[in-house]
Write a protein that binds this ligand. Structure first.
Ligand code: FAD
Length: 141
């Protein structure tokens, strides 16, 4: 059975580009053997991540991620059983923040900033869907 989980969190101050790359590298190394796919967006000190895969595996991974000291304020935005994956092509795709169009952010929120804490989970998922549609996700597995 497949599930899709989405959460937001705030990076601790020490997270820089290299630390982000280390998280992505670890994700791409671990996720394929666990059948996990998804995307990770990092902008303005905020993470937005979608994880897809088997129910037990996604729950185990999410609990591990929640305990990771590299971020805080982890907020579960959505969790659902699904019939198919949305991000099957990515062991952990990375949103190309440089291509984050302010108009796209404004379409879904009050200000042109990524703030999943201020919008519904449905809105954050719609934003990620558009990023996939506009080829703004890198790191095809
Ligand atoms: P190791 O990498 O050997 O780590 C052992 C322990 O050390 C773990 O408790 C780990 O959390 C901790 N650790 C490792 N590096 C650091 C560091 N630089 N600073 C502090 N503690 C550290 N992991 C995935 O497998 N898939 C994902 O999709 C994924 N997404 C993530 C998204 C975010 C926003 C964050 C912050 C982390 C994510 N992680 C992901 C990492 C996850 O939290 C675990 O660190 C990782 O899965 C542990 O991998 P491992 O079992 O190979 O242990």
């Amino acid at each position: 059975m497949l599930v899709r989980l989405m959460y937001a969190s705030r990076a601790v101050d020490s997270i820089d580009h290299d630390a982000l790359l280390a998280i992505l590298r670890k994700s791409k190394a671990n996720n394929p053997e666990r059948g996990v796919t998804g995307v990770l967006c990092f902008s303005g000190g905020i993470f937005l991540q979608v994880l897809e895969g088997g129910r037990a595996g996604i729950n185990e991974l999410y609990n591990r991620i929640v305990g990771d000291p590299r971020h805080t304020d982890v907020m579960l935005l959505s969790y659902e059983e699904v019939g198919e994956r949305r991000f099957a092509g990515w062991s952990m795709g990375q949103v190309n923040v440089g291509r984050l169009n302010p108009a796209l952010l404004l379409k879904y929120s009050e200000k042109a900033v990524l703030d999943p804490y201020a919008v519904s989970g449905r809105v954050s998922m719609a934003l990620l869907d558009e990023l996939v549609a506009t080829a703004s996700i890198m790191g095809q597995s």
